[in-house]
Structure formats: structure tokens, C-alpha cells
Ligand binder design. Structure first.
Ligand code: ATP
Ligand code: MG
Length: 718
């Protein structure tokens, strides 16, 4: 039991030994919250003799749950059942497997992931003779998600597999959603929202079910509580009601899921929900050097909606945090990779101790290529490697077709976009090719006029490929790819699909080829380029344990790494474009928290990097405002960032997203806003002196002055 307390500071020990009642731990990044929570679990088992099956421990991701189980097992012995160390969804699945029969669903219901949802919707669209593209799919998913934002529908769905008509809407979307729910019911499928909602309904309507679970779970712990949403909070509250043992830990400054309904108020106002609650504060940081800590602190201070908490550390001083500015992406990548090599060669750092973090998945590409060139192994978490993404593979298959006419590339793209060459016609082609020892493409050419291939896109496909084969003599590879994507209709197909990520990836691929041409001279051979790529991808396959880790900031939540490179710190990337467009202080604060989460992952050394050039939308790149917000003395700048560019960047930042620096919510004259009581209105003028907005509300006859510090004014798109 003592060893569970050993090595913990006093506040942590207090958290561990306060096993009864409502307790919250509020503390900054790296202060040992998760460690305290893990040890508390061990303490309750070892020192109080409670069975792990009587404790619920909620973490945020499966990865985190896995890691926590591993740690807990070291403390309590490996053979105990730690199945209740899980995520909210994982817990709901446990409950439903036991009790869903009360809602007349079988225990072996299926869980629907996004792909399954798409399959169901696609079937419906086919039945209706309509075409489902990605844009429509996302819109419908959003609408379904919105309907499932409350739990009214569960009852009706349970009985008839329907939504209340007034909620689903009686337009086409509404009807499709009704059909979707019916199908969902027919296969007894539950999507992620349903898992939570069904459990919620079970608990609220069947008191004996709730009581059973309450009885079973004497102790409840939740990590990363700042990212819980209303229903998750409600679930935990219900479960804890009987025994009153609820322990939550979190850091409001690390709320990064507001866009999905997370609300830090549950941890900030914990005491209002549970008046008897006690709070433990941890203020000693064990993770990072003082240099890294002060950079994090000096950034997060710029958030208005927060409670200040200063962190200290006894950790030994280290290197200053570095901001590197490159003239372009290659320079940024080259610098990062050089630095990584230096860490490995000179400081004996292991690959595993190095992480590269970024705001969005597509940003991995320019670093990936340089890592590959330098033979540095890497693993991408929570996403595909760039060259493994569907659209990138498809696009390259077009080039391969032109160069090699190989069967693999042919099969990949012949029916994408749809050319009515499905399974049966492919079978026919295969048989012909086999019998006559032809490639599939040659078979297609030979039999294009065959009745079996009538009314297909065979002819136009052949024309496109043949014309590309001629054009390749005069075009360089990037031009050839552009031409190929246009002539075969692939680009239009992706465009129609409406998935911006995919379009971004295609643009990124073109961009990478252009760069390749620039470095190697324009007349490199297509075959040569493709072979090099094959090497990249082959070489990628072997998963290595000792690798540099790459992931988005969202994936890095709760984790730590000795060396962190936070790349792509550019306006429009972080804060991202959408936030800039919306001009909402709230959104900007969430972006700032994201940057804070990224920086606070670092233990020994932190590198912030960005570069000049243009973004895919043609926007000029400027260093992120978050770099300028850090106290200048707290970091060191490397690279040629000239004063003029800094000035320009600052002007851009002011003009673009901070129309009104002095105000809290940053609205300007002409903004449409929503007030909780007066409703919608338009800002007539801004009175600096009185610190008010003069607002004409649609419902009121005369304008009202509203304080610029009033937090509940919402920006609306004009
Ligand atoms: P985050 O907010 O990022 O999730 P956290 O508050 O959960 O951070 P932990 O991950 O629990 O922090 O701890 C950070 C690091 O500090 C870990 O490596 C942990 O082992 C170490 N640590 C925590 N408490 C102590 C302590 N009392 N003495 C020494 N090291 C500690
Ligand atoms: Mg943690």
C-alpha cells in the first residue's frame, strides 16, 4: 500500500487516499493527474480490498484505456479483470449487452461505425434511384447526429423504428432519415450516439437497471473530464448517485472537443452540481523543463475564458524552446529531419522518444517524404500514411496506367468513376486476358466493341489513356497527372463527392510532384518517379517498433514525449481557416488550447516550426499568432524571418481575425449577433469609451447598448 503512495507529492497522496465522496482534481498539463488517478485505482483495490469489477474508470480514447490498464495491472497484479477501465462508449456497450433486451433489442446488437452508416444510406439512395456523394452523406450524418442530440427518439425507435415526424422533418432528407432508422432497427444496429442514448434511456426509465449498475459500481473515476459532454456527464452523475463516490480529473485549458459538445463547465462548476465536493489542486509539473512550461503558460494566458493557474516545476533547466522559420516547406522539413538526426546521433535519443505533432492530417506529407529520403522510420497514429490514402493511390494508379498499363492499376481505376464495368464485365475481361495472354487493358482494347461491353465507358477510358500516352512526351509529370485526372473524370468525381480532405490530398500530391521536379530537374522520367514512389511505399510497410511518432494534436491528448516537433504553425492551419472565418473568440480559444496541448506534450525539448509560401487555397502563409503571443524572452528564433514579414503577419492577424482587439468577443460594426434574451440583431456601432456595442435587435424598436464583456453574445454568419 505504501508503494502506491511512494513517489507522489502531498496533493497527489491526498487525491489517492480521498476515496469517499465527490472529488475533483483540477490541474495543468503534466502535473500527474493521470498518475494520481491510476494510483488511486490501485489504492482502492489494494488498500480497501475492493474488486476491480466494482469500479468504473472512464478514459477518453481506447488507446488511453489500454495504457491505463497496463499501468493498473502493474499495481494490482496482472490477473485481475480490469474490463471497467474503458471509454464512455465501451462502458455503454457493456451495459447494453446485459440489459438492452428491456428495450426489445437482442443482446447481440451490432455496432455501426461510419462505414456501416454509409452502406445503409447508400442502399437507401440506390432504392430511391439517387446518388449518394460524400457531401450529402456528411450532411445526413450531421442531421442524424442532431436528431440524436436528445433522447426523445429512442422510445419511438424501440417501438416502431421511427423518429417523431416533426423532428425528422418531412422533406426529402427527413424521409431518408426515417428510412435510415427503419433499416437500422431491422439489423438491430446502434451507432455511437445510440450507445450513449440507449443506455441513458435504460437508466432513466428502468430504475431497477440503474440500481443494479449503481450497486455494482461503488467507485467511479473519470480522466480528461473537461472533455465530457452533457450526456456523458449525466450518465456518470446518475451512476454515482447511490454511493456518492465520484472522482474526476481534468484541465479546463485542455478542452479540445467543444466542437463536439464537450463542456468544461462540468469540471469548472463541479461544486454546483455536487455541493459536498472537495477539490484537489496540483501545481507541480513533472513532465517538462521550466523552459517548455513557461512557453505553454505564456500562450494559454491569452485565453479570456479561463481560470488562471500558474504551474511550477523542480525539473532541471533544459534548452530554450526554438521557433524555426523556413523559407518554404522543404526547408522546414529538412530542418526538422536534420534536428531529429542530430538528436539521435549526438544525444543518443531513441526514435521512440521523438514525436511530430500537427493540426491536420494532411500536414504529415511534407515531413514524411523527407523522413523517407533519410531512411528514418516513422509511424503515423490515427490516420493513413499519405501514400496509403485512397485518392492518392487512385491518382498514382492513373500515372502507372500510362507508364506500365499494369493489371493492378487497371483494376483500381477502370470503374472509378463508374464506367459500368462491374464484377461481371471484369470477369469477362479476365477470362479473355487469361485465354489470350493479354493484359487487362489490351483485352479491353480488343473487346471494346464486343456486345458484353456495350453501353460502358470502355471507349472513353481507352481514349483518355491513349491520349495521355501521347501527351507524356511533352508534359512533365505534374502536368501529366493534372491532365490525367481531368481527362478520366477522376478529379470531377472527387469534387462531386464533396470531401474537402480528399481534394486537399490531391492538391498536396501535385504539390509534392512539383517540388520533386524542382529539386531534380524537370526532365525526370515518369517510370523513374513511380519506381521511387514504390520504394517509399514498400519501405513503409514494415512496421517498426523503434520509430518516430507522428500524429494530430487530438490524438496526442494525454500522452508525453521527450522531444516534440510541433510543425505547420501557420495562420489558417492553427488557428484553422474556419475559425478565422467565423471570427469567434470562442473558436479561437479552442485553437489556442490545442496549441497548448501540443506544446505541453514535450518533456525535454520543444520545437515550433512553420514556413513561408502558399497554402493550398492560394493564401499567403504567415507564422501563427500563437507564436507571437508567447513571451519573446521565452524562446529563441532560428531561420530567416525578416522584420518586414513579421510586420506583415501581424497586420494580417489583426485585420483578418481580430477586427476589434480590445473587446472580449471581438465583434465589429455590422456583425450579426444573437443575444440570449433579445434574440438576433446587428451591431450598429462600437463605443470604445463606454465599452459597449450599440445593437439593433430585430424584435426591439430602439437599439440597446450591450457590454463588450458580455459573454453570451453569439456571432452569426452574415
Ligand atoms: P495531462 O494533462 O497532459 O494529461 P497529467 O496531469 O495527466 O497530464 P501525468 O501524465 O499523470 O500528467 O504525469 C506527467 C508525468 O509526470 C508522467 O511521466 C508521470 O509519471 C510523472 N509524474 C507524475 N507525478 C509524479 C511525481 N509525484 N513524481 C515524479 N513524477 C511524477
Ligand atoms: Mg493525463
Amino acid at each position: 500500500m505504501d508503494d502506491l503512495l511512494q513517489g507522489l507529492n502531498e496533493a497527489q497522496q491526498q487525491a489517492v487516499t480521498s476515496t469517499e465522496g465527490y472529488i475533483r482534481v483540477i490541474a495543468g498539463a503534466g502535473s500527474g493527474k493521470t498518475k494520481a488517478l491510476t494510483h488511486r485505482y490501485g489504492f482502492i483495490v489494494n488498500a480497501l480490498g475492493i474488486e476491480p469489477s466494482n469500479m468504473l474508470c472512464v478514459t477518453f480514447t481506447n488507446k488511453a484505456a489500454h495504457e491505463m490498464r497496463r499501468r493498473v495491472k502493474q499495481l494490482i497484479g496482472g490477473e485481475r479483470d480490469t474490463g471497467f477501465i474503458t471509454t464512455y462508449h465501451g462502458f455503454c456497450v457493456r451495459v447494453l449487452r446485459e440489459d438492452i433486451h428491456r428495450l426489445f433489442y437482442p443482446k447481440n446488437f451490432v455496432i455501426l461505425d461510419v462505414e456501416d452508416q454509409k452502406t445503409i444510406l447508400r442502399e437507401i439512395f440506390e432504392d430511391l434511384g439517387l446518388k449518394l456523394n460524400d457531401k450529402i452523406f456528411k450532411r445526413l450524418l450531421d442531421k442524424i447526429g442532431m436528431l440524436k442530440g436528445n433522447t426523445h427518439y429512442v422510445q419511438q425507435m424501440v417501438q416502431r423504428g421511427e423518429m417523431p415526424a416533426e423532428e425528422a422533418g418531412d422533406d426529402l432528407d427527413g424521409r431518408i432519415i426515417q428510412m435510415y432508422l427503419k433499416k437500422q432497427k431491422r439489423v438491430f444496429g446502434l451507432d455511437f450516439d445510440d450507445l450513449i442514448n440507449f443506455t441513458f434511456v435504460l437508466f432513466s426509465q428502468y430504475s431497477e437497471v440503474l440500481e443494479k449498475w449503481q450497486d455494482r459500481l461503488f467507485y467511479i473515476q473519470v480522466d480528461e473530464f473537461q472533455d465530457s459532454n452533457a450526456k456523458q456527464f449525466e450518465l456518470v452523475r446518475m451512476l454515482a448517485e447511490k454511493h456518492g463516490n465520484l472522482f474526476v480529473v481534468g484541465d479546463p485549458d485542455q478542452t479540445i472537443y467543444e466542437w463536439r459538445g464537450a463542456d468544461p463547465k462540468y469540471i469548472v462548476d463541479f461544486q454546483e452540481y455536487f455541493p459536498s465536493a472537495e477539490t484537489v489542486y496540483l501545481n507541480r509539473n513533472y513532465r517538462s523543463t521550466p523552459e517548455i512550461l513557461s512557453v505553454g503558460n505564456s500562450l494559454i494566458k491569452h485565453n479570456y475564458f479561463r481560470v488562471d493557474k500558474e504551474m511550477v516545476t523542480d525539473n532541471a533547466g533544459g534548452l530554450k524552446v526554438i521557433h524555426y522559420h523556413g523559407k518554404d516547406e522543404q526547408e522546414e522539413a529538412a530542418w526538422v529531419v536534420d534536428k531529429i538526426k542530430e538528436l539521435i546521433d549526438k544525444k543518443q535519443a531513441s526514435y521512440n522518444s521523438i514525436a511530430i505533432l500537427y493540426r491536420a492530417n494532411y500536414l504529415s506529407r511534407f515531413i514524411e517524404q523527407t523522413l523517407i529520403k533519410e531512411s528514418i522510420e516513422y509511424t503515423i497514429f490515427g490516420g493513413f500514411k499519405f501514400f496509403d490514402r485512397m485518392e492518392v493511390k487512385d491518382a498514382l494508379a492513373h500515372l502507372r496506367m500510362v507508364a506500365f498499363e499494369d493489371d493492378l492499376s487497371f483494376s483500381r481505376i477502370i470503374n472509378v468513376p463508374k464506367r459500368q464495368i462491374g464484377k461481371k464485365r471484369m470477369q469477362f475481361l479476365r477470362e479473355r486476358a487469361e485465354a489470350e495472354d493479354l493484359s487487362l487493358y489490351d483485352a479491353l482494347k480488343k473487346y471494346a466493341d464486343h456486345p458484353r461491353l456495350h453501353r460502358t465507358g470502355a471507349q472513353s477510358f481507352i481514349e483518355a489513356i491513349e491520349s495521355l500516352k501521347v501527351k507524356r512526351k511533352t508534359l512533365n509529370i505534374s502536368e501529366l497527372l493534372q491532365e490525367a485526372l481531368q481527362q478520366t473524370g477522376y478529379e470531377a468525381y472527387i469534387r462531386e463527392d464533396g470531401d474537402q480532405d480528399r481534394l486537399d490530398n490531391l492538391t498536396e500530391l501535385l504539390h509534392s510532384i512539383v517540388q520533386y521536379e524542382q529539386t531534380l530537374g524537370e526532365d525526370i522520367e515518369l517510370e523513374e518517379y513511380l519506381q521511387m514512389l514504390t520504394l517509399y511505399t514498400e519501405h513503409d510497410r514494415e512496421a517498426q517498433a523503434e520509430t518516430v511518432k507522428m500524429m494530430t494534436i487530438h490524438t496526442a491528448k494525454g500522452l508525453e514525449f521527450p522531444y516534440v516537433f510541433f510543425i505547420g504553425m501557420t495562420e489558417g492551419i492553427i488557428p484553422n481557416v474556419r475559425t478565422l472565418r467565423e471570427r469567434k473568440e470562442r473558436g479561437l480559444e479552442e485553437e489556442r488550447r490545442l496549441a497548448y496541448v501540443a506544446m505541453t506534450r514535450a518533456e525535454k525539448e520543444l520545437y515550433l516550426t512553420e514556413s513561408e509560401g502558399f497554402q493550398s487555397g492560394g493564401l499567403q502563409k504567415y507564422p501563427s499568432r500563437f507564436i507571437f503571443e508567447i513571451e519573446e524572452a521565452a524562446y529563441q528564433r532560428i531561420g530567416l524571418l525578416d522584420e518586414e514579414l513579421i510586420k506583415e503577419a501581424k497586420r494580417y492577424i489583426q485585420a483578418y481575425a481580430h477586427p476589434d482587439q480590445a473587446s472580449v468577443n471581438g465583434f465589429h460594426k455590422g456583425s450579426r449577433v444573437r443575444h440570449p434574451v433579445f434574440g438576433e440583431g446587428k451591431i450598429e456601432s462600437v463605443d470604445e469609451k463606454k465599452n459597449t456595442y450599440l445593437i439593433f435587435f430585430d424584435k426591439l424598436k430602439a437599439p440597446r447598448p450591450i457590454s463588450r464583456n458580455f459573454k453570451n453574445l453569439e456571432f452569426m454568419d452574415d
